[in-house]
Structures are given as C-alpha cells and as structure tokens.
Design a protein around this ligand. Structure first.
Ligand code: NI
Ligand code: MG
Length: 583
C-alpha cells in the first residue's frame, strides 16, 4: 500500500512549492509538483507603456533580479526595432554574468550545501586535518589551496559553531536533519564546508556590487529600453568612471579566485562523496538552451540573430540524450499547457504558444487548509511548457550538455575532468549530483567570460566609446501601430523568455515563460509528468528513507534551484512543523 507524503513548503528556495508523493518500500512511485502561489504580473502590465514594463516584470522575483528586466527590455526592443549600442549590451552581459555567478555560489553554499553537509558533525573535526583535506581536494581539482584555508580560520569557525550549538538555538542552522544517516561527509569536510558557507556569504555580497555600479541598486537595478540607464565617462565623478572600473576589476579578480579555488574543489569533492546521486534524480533526457549562461537571444532564429555579442554557443535542442545530434532551436515550437494548472484557455485543453498565451485564473482545487491535492486533475499554479510537444530540461545541465555537444572547449575540459575523476558517464550528468556539478562548471566558465566581457568593455571605454543609448526608437510615434517581440535569456535557473505584443503604443499582450515554469510544471494533456516530477518518480527508484525527514527529496528538488531562502524545517499554512503521511 502506497504511503502518501506531502512536503509543504519546500524551504531554501524562492517562493512556494509543495511536493506530494506516493512511496512504496522507501521508493517514490508517484510525484506531483505543486506551485501554491499565483502572481499575475503578466496581467498587470497590460495597457501600460512598453518602455515601463521592465520595472513591473522585474518584480516577478527578488532573487532572479535583473534578468526579467533584461528579458523585458530586449523583447520590447525586438518588437520596436531598437538596437542598443555595443557598450550597453556589454553592460547587460556583465550584469547577467555577475548575477549568475553570485546566484550559483549562493545556491551551492547557502541553499544546497546543507543537504550534503552535517553542520553539527563539524564539531568533531580537527582544524589541522581540515586544512589538509582542503589542500588535498584543491590539488585534486588542479588548483592552489585558497588563501582563506588556514588552521586558525577553521578553529575559529568551529568555535563559532560550538557556541551556536551550546546555546541551544541553532540560528540559521535550525531545523536541519542533523545526524540523518544519509549524511556521509567526514567531520573535516563538514567543518571546511561550514567555513566556506560563511566565507561565501561575504563573497556574494561583494560580488553583486558589480550590478549596483551599473544598475544603481540591487535587487531590481535600473534598465532602459534602447540602452542602459547609466552613463560612462572615465573622467566624470557622476558617471561610471576610472575609479569604478578599477573596483570592478578587483571584484572580478576576487570572484575568479573564489570560484576556481573554493567552489570548484568543494563541488567536485562533495559530489564525489555522494556519487550515488549521479544515479538518482535523472529528469527528462531532453534539453534546450539559447547558448551558455548569460546568452540573450531574439529575432529570427533562422538568421541566428542574437543580441548577445558574447555568447559562444549557438542555440540548440537535444532529444533523448542524443548528444551527437543537436537540433536547431525554433521558438515557434514552444507551447504552454494548463491541463494540470488552475487556468482556463478560451480554446479548452490545448497548448498555446506564448505569443498567443492567456492567463485566466480558474482555481478548482480544494479549500485550504488541505491535506491532499493530487487527487484533483488540476493541482498547481504553474503552467506546463513543452517544446515540440516534449517535456524539456532547461538550466545548467541543459546548457552544459549543449556547450559540450557544440564543442565548447572549456566546458568540455571541465566536464571531462569531472567525468574521469568521478568515474561516471556523460549522460549521468542528468542527475541530482549532475545538476550541482553542472552549475559549478558553469560558474567557472561564467566567471571567466565575465573577465573577458569586462576587458572588451574597458577597451571601449579607453577608446572613449561612451554611447549606451539608441534614441532612434524611443518615441512611440516611431513604432509600428502593431508589433510583437520576444527575447530569450539564459539565466541562473534556465531559459527565460518574455513575449510582448504592442498596439497603439501600449502593451496588448505579455507572457513570461520562466525556467521554473519549465521545470516545476505538472502533467500535460497526455499525462506526461513535468521535470521535477520525473526526477522524483521517473524510474520509481528515488529513495526516501524516513518519510518525516525527506532529506533525499530536498537534495533532488534543490538541485534544480527553485530559488529563495531560509530555514530547513517544514511548515503547514498555520506555521506548525509538519510532514503529512495520509495513509
Ligand atoms: Ni526567481
Ligand atoms: Mg507565464
């Protein structure tokens, strides 16, 4: 008899996600991914000036800041025919790339690491052995040990953890499943990881300053249709000047050091200890991306027009793990289904392309508080996007396999290193551990391209290229009476697209298809399960040892990085700690 398990909310993510499961003999047999939150921002922008849309849609998320704004301005530019100058595009690429590196570091250390690292076990470590461990894994990754790895630092962090544990109030570590048998790292690795958790908090704060210099603030920096909302002049105090350029150079150098010497060895070591997770959590073997992280793509795919000058990998689609055959990407093949979602389409249970998408709410679920939702045909606020009718993976794994298949050398070298060290096969990158690994591979290539993009930008500044705004299409009188546009951006969690229709100078249509919609969406009309659901129940072998401590489920769901923050414990809508086993 299957046991029913509901986990609500899944924490250490952004937003609200509930997972319902059926479990037999400690294996997951069925899964439902349930988004329990409705936003409706696509409706809010209707009738507004398309030049303002970015400011509204950027509020779709406070974590994936910047990315919705960039998707919006590039979609509007695509519609009205505006072409921002190269320096404006370089700044957007810098913002996207810096944000992505910061996001991946936060995900690994602050959202995902505690699924693998037992904080309390760090108390048993010897700081000298911890240093030896850190040096060993750095060597294994082919890098020097980071300057922050010292016996004194590890002893200091251990004393901090001890004081926290002795106080009886675990603070940021409250609610973890400490001591769970699925934790396997030795005490030295746990202490090192806790130290790096704290170091990464400092690092991410410094890293995001790059965005604040160009966008004025973070989260939700300032953007502009046709360019950027900042000015550049080496010699003017009110512009992006030499002082800031020097600062950014320092932050990028610091980011390169942290990603190469801390994140890369840590990720390789941790997934190496949990190697069985390369055989757990495989999701659908279909992938698409419009390039590497930070790539922005708009226009006619047949002419391969890309707004990003720095994307080295062309858009592509891979079906059924066939890495030798990359299909050309065609935006017209995207549809969104609402068969399992609380929306209704005028035309019934059909797939709508986002350019014709509808957002009409139709809640048919049970009254709250509920104990079980999955016995309803509709069980989520997330639509189910499909490409050519197929369930797809987007995100770091999709981008890394596309870059690998397209022969991107740096990606290939990093993946080959990991595959040979770990003794896994390339298709196993589609797994819970593979998603953590791919994100790290991508952080390395991203931080390196951040440095390259910055060099190009600085060379432009030195040549006094200060032009960052195309004014020719600013006035609505210069626009066609009716226009449509779209833009794809590769952001931390995967492929993001915005679709805009403009009529008489106002927004007549707006749809966003976000990475988490691709991944967290539920069943379609044919009953095909979504990517989260597939990762948990696709092969009926995903473990769940202890129903009320669903650590293995958290590992797999967190590996997709459903974005956001906070504690580890499970809460019901009244705030009580809960895990529901219905039968
Ligand atoms: Ni987000
Ligand atoms: Mg949408």
């Amino acid at each position: 008899m299957a046991e029913q398990v509901a986990i609500d909310p899944i924490t250490r993510i952004e937003g609200h996600l509930r997972i319902e499961l059926e479990v037999e003999n400690k294996k997951i047999t069925k899964a439902w991914s349930e988004s329990t939150q409705y936003r409706g921002i696509e409706e809010i922008v209707l009738g507004r000036d398309p030049r303002d849309a970015w400011a509204f849609v950027q509020r779709i998320c406070g974590v994936c800041t910047s990315v919705h704004a960039i998707a919006s301005v590039t979609a509007v530019e695509n519609a009205i025919g505006s072409n921002p100058p190269p320096q404006a595009k370089a700044i957007r690429d810098l913002v996207l790339t810096a944000q992505e590196v910061q996001d991946h570091v936060i995900h690994f250390y602050h959202l995902h690491a505690l699924d693998w690292v037992d904080v309390v076990s760090a108390l048993k470590a010897d700081p000298a052995e911890t240093l030896a461990f850190a040096q060993k894994i750095a060597k294994s990754a082919g890098v020097d040990s980071w300057k922050g790895n010292t016996v004194e630092r590890f002893a200091e962090v251990q004393a901090t953890v001890k004081a926290i544990v002795d106080s009886g109030q675990l603070s940021i570590f409250t609610g973890g499943y400490w001591g769970h048998p699925a934790y396997k790292l030795p005490p030295a690795a746990n202490l090192m990881a806790v130290a790096h958790y704290l170091d990464a908090l400092e690092f991410q704060r410094s890293m995001i300053r790059i965005v604040t210099v160009f966008g004025g603030k973070n989260p939700h920096p300032n953007f502009l249709v046709g360019g950027m909302a900042c000015t550049i002049d080496r010699d003017k105090s009110e512009s992006i000047n030499q002082v800031q350029i020097d600062q950014i150079a320092d932050w990028i150098a610091e980011a390169e050091e942290f990603v190469h010497k801390v994140y890369l060895p840590d990720a390789l070591a941790i997934v190496g200890v949990y190697k069985e997770y390369f055989s757990i959590g495989a999701s659908v073997p279909n992938y698409f991306a419009v390039g590497m992280s930070g790539a922005t793509y708009a226009g006619d795919p047949r002419t391969a027009s890309s707004t990003s000058p720095h994307s080295k990998v062309k858009p592509g689609v891979i079906f059924n793990n066939d890495f030798a055959n990359v299909a050309e990407f065609d935006p017209a093949k995207i549809t969104e289904w609402v068969s399992s979602a609380w929306y209704s389409y005028e035309g019934g249970d059909i797939g709508l392309p986002p350019a014709e998408g509808e957002t009409k709410v139709n809640y048919t679920g049970p009254a709250v508080p509920y104990t079980w939702v999955a016995d309803h045909d509709q069980y989520t606020w997330s639509k189910a996007p499909r490409y050519d009718g197929k369930v797809m993976q987007v995100g770091p794994v999709a981008r890394v396999v596309l870059a690998y298949a397209r022969g991107h050398e740096r990606t290939k070298a990093l993946v080959d290193l990991a595959v040979s060290k770990l003794g896994i096969t390339l298709p196993q990158i589609n797994s819970t551990a593979g998603r953590a690994l791919s994100r790290c591979v991508e952080a390395v290539t991203s931080v390196e391209s951040l440095s390259e993009i910055f060099k190009t930008f600085v060379a432009g500044v030195k040549g006094r290229d200060y032009d960052i705004f195309d004014s020719t299409k600013w006035e609505p009188s210069s626009w066609p009476a009716e226009a449509t546009g779209y833009s794809f951006v590769e952001v931390a969690r995967g492929n993001l697209s915005h679709w805009v229709g403009i009529k008489d100078g106002k927004i007549s249509h707006y749809q966003a298809v976000v990475p988490t919609t691709w991944l967290a969406g539920g069943r379609d009309k044919e009953g095909n399960i979504g990517p989260y659901e597939y990762a948990l129940s696709g092969n009926q072998q995903h473990p769940l040892a202890i129903n009320d401590q669903p650590l293995e489920v958290l590992r797999t769901i967190h590996s997709f990085d459903p974005c956001m923050s906070c504690a580890v414990h499970l809460l019901d809508p009244e705030g009580k700690e809960v895990q529901v086993v219905v039968s």
